[in-house]
Write a protein that binds this ligand. Structure first.
Ligand code: ZN
Length: 239
């Protein structure tokens, strides 16, 4: 079962569950702990919370685009996106928590009010892919579940609903394939047939283990609970 096979209502429910999962982890952190570093290079938890908030705002712009037909990109530029996060990270803890709550509510409202016909309107992601507006459900789902783990206070890939984990693996491998990355890499999830990322390349690295651990590794979140045999110890970039 993949995320894309679910009804829109089910997809939005998984995004909201991920938001609740993130919100719970965030609520368990003290204001002082927000200033501590994450495993994401150069980012404290403040950067991460600001990013997750601004991501919701950016997805609101995509739903506006879908509803109006007037182009409204997620971010003006990569620089603007980076600067916004850097500035957001300097907000007070209370303001950061508000930013998260407020942007989440706004995105939810945009989703609730998007006319049925607008969900298939084509919009462009920050990576330059053209996708239907319904893809915002997956884009947000991916963000909130993974970044809840990035908060680094107990969230685990093993906590994700199975359909999210399955779809993450398919998304990551699909993206590598599209970019021509991952030659020689074979992923072997326990109990599943091995996946050769680039079908016609000779295998050089095998990464095996339980699904959640393989997905965690593939998403660039560390080799924990996986067995890596061969050369490449780091996964190719995904997003
Ligand atoms: Zn992100």
């Amino acid at each position: 079962m993949s995320f894309q096979d679910l009804s829109l209502a089910e997809q939005l429910t998984l995004a909201r569950r991920g938001t609740a999962f993130f919100a719970q982890r965030l609520a368990e952190l003290t204001d002082a702990q927000l200033s501590e570093p994450t495993a994401l290079e150069g980012w404290s938890r403040r950067h991460l919370v600001a990013h997750v908030g601004y991501n919701a705002a950016a997805l609101c712009r995509l739903t506006d685009w879908a509803a109006s037909g007037v182009e409204s990109p997620m971010y003006a530029s990569a620089e603007q996106r980076g600067q916004e996060i850097a500035e957001g990270a300097t907000l007070s803890a209370a303001a950061l928590r508000n930013l998260f709550t407020h942007t989440v509510a706004r995105l939810d409202e945009k989703w609730r009010n998007l006319p049925a016909s607008a969900w298939s309107a084509q919009v462009r992601t920050a990576q330059g892919r053209t996708v239907p507006a319904s893809e915002t459900a997956w884009m947000r789902t991916r963000e909130v579940w993974i970044h809840a783990v990035d908060l680094g206070n107990g969230g685990r890939f093993g906590d994700f609903p199975g359909v999210v984990t399955d779809s993450l693996l398919a998304d990551i491998v699909g993206m590598w394939q599209k970019k021509g990355l991952g030659a020689g890499l074979v992923l072997e999830v326990d109990g599943c047939a091995p996946i050769a990322v680039q079908e016609h390349s000779a295998p050089t690295t095998k990464v095996s283990g339980p699904l959640a651990a393989v997905v965690r590794w593939a998403a660039g979140r560390g080799a924990v609970g996986v067995n890596v045999e061969g050369d490449a110890q780091e996964p190719p970039r995904w997003l």
